[in-house]
Design a protein around this ligand. Structure first.
Ligand SMILES: [Zn+2]
Ligand SMILES: [Zn+2]
Length: 338
């Protein structure tokens, strides 16, 4: 089967993702094999290809917004922590957080996204930039059988982790929320926030992204150094630029929160204490829990959430990743595998 692999990390301009033929794997105990239909392309995949993040072993197949169908089921686990009923042909999704230890304080308290022994799709184990992949049954997410896999794939990271970022930002219905950066995750969270009667201001350099935000109902759009007339209640950062933390702190009211949705960020500049004084909070977002995923997927259906996608044919992955690096994708690029 065809599969992309990162053998040697490097600039995306040097095509670090190499297409290879490799054997179709057999699912082990508590695992299934999935025929991949589509896989969303995330900034984290770019970080893995370029070497900002270091998988424990190379080569690795990235890709962690996987939609596909189960085509083989391995022997069941003796203890059994399968979350979903499974059968051959069932449509399933696989997101970034793949397995957790299940026994640490974080796992036991429902914060398994913070488990120190978590394993990630397309990082510890091969992901969805391939025709088939092996997944743990506990990682499978229920996906509507009639969904379009390309349209649905962005929900599995941009959506789920963005949803957690909204939760971490302490958003109340009707708040004035600032979104910094307007890629895959922000274009979904804008719709989530509008469904909660929020006023949404979007800060992005890209004119195309500004226009996309306006089309989706943003109340104000501008450059990162511009300011809407009123202070923000809270801000959510979707950009890996450390200086945006300062800009967000300058634009939120006292008591507001800056929620950072980035797995990798450039160093934060020096922050004058006066910007933090006023009981402002800076917080990060680390992965997302299974519960976040279930909540978000139900919400997406309830509010009829729409993704803006750029379908990518299987041999164009490196080119799509280059466009992602240049912020030249509107919404999310999704690899079509079938
Ligand atoms: Zn991701
Ligand atoms: Zn744990």
């Amino acid at each position: 089967m065809r599969s992309y692999q990162v053998h040697k990390q490097g600039p995306i301009e040097a095509n670090p993702l190499v297409m290879v033929e490799r054997d179709v794997e057999e699912p082990g105990i508590g695992q299934v094999r999935i025929l991949v239909e589509a896989c969303g392309i995330c900034h984290t995949d770019l970080h893995i290809a370029e070497g900002d993040l270091h998988p424990p072993n190379l080569p690795i197949t990235p890709g962690h917004q996987v939609i596909g169908k189960i085509d083989k089921i391995g022997p069941p686990k003796i203890s059994g922590n399968d979350r979903e009923e499974i059968w051959i042909g069932k449509k399933v999704g696989v997101a970034w957080l793949h397995t957790t230890c299940g026994t640490c304080v974080m796992c036991m308290s429902g914060s398994e996204n913070l488990c120190e022994n978590a394993k990630f799709t397309g990082f510890h184990l091969n992901g969805g930039f391939a025709e088939t992949m092996i997944a743990d049954t506990s990682a499978l997410l229920p996906i509507p059988e009639n969904c379009n896999p390309v349209d649905y794939a962005p929900f599995l990271c941009a959506g789920i982790v963005g949803y957690r970022a909204v939760k971490r930002a302490n958003v109340l219905d009707g708040d004035h929320i600032g979104l910094f950066g307007f890629g895959a995750s922000a274009h979904l969270m804008l719709q989530v926030l509008k469904a909660r009667s929020c006023r949404v201001s979007v800060f992005t350099r890209s004119t195309a992204h500004q226009n996309h935000a306006t089309e989706l109902g943003a109340d104000w759009v501008g450059m990162p150094d511009q300011k809407p007339r009123d202070l923000l209640d809270n801000a959510i950062l979707f950009t890996p630029a450390g200086e945006s933390v300062v800009r967000a702190l300058e634009r939120i009211r006292n008591g507001g929160t800056v929620s950072i949705n980035a797995i990798h960020m450039s160093d934060l500049p020096t922050i004058p204490y006066s910007l933090l004084y006023g009981e402002k909070t800076i917080t990060s977002v680390t992965n997302a829990t299974y519960q976040d995923a279930i909540e978000f997927l139900a919400l997406a259906e309830k509010i009829n959430l729409k993704t803006t996608v750029k379908p990518i044919s299987f041999d164009e992955l490196n080119a799509a990743m280059r466009d992602l690096k240049k912020s030249a994708i509107i919404g999310e690029a999704v690899l079509k595998v079938i």
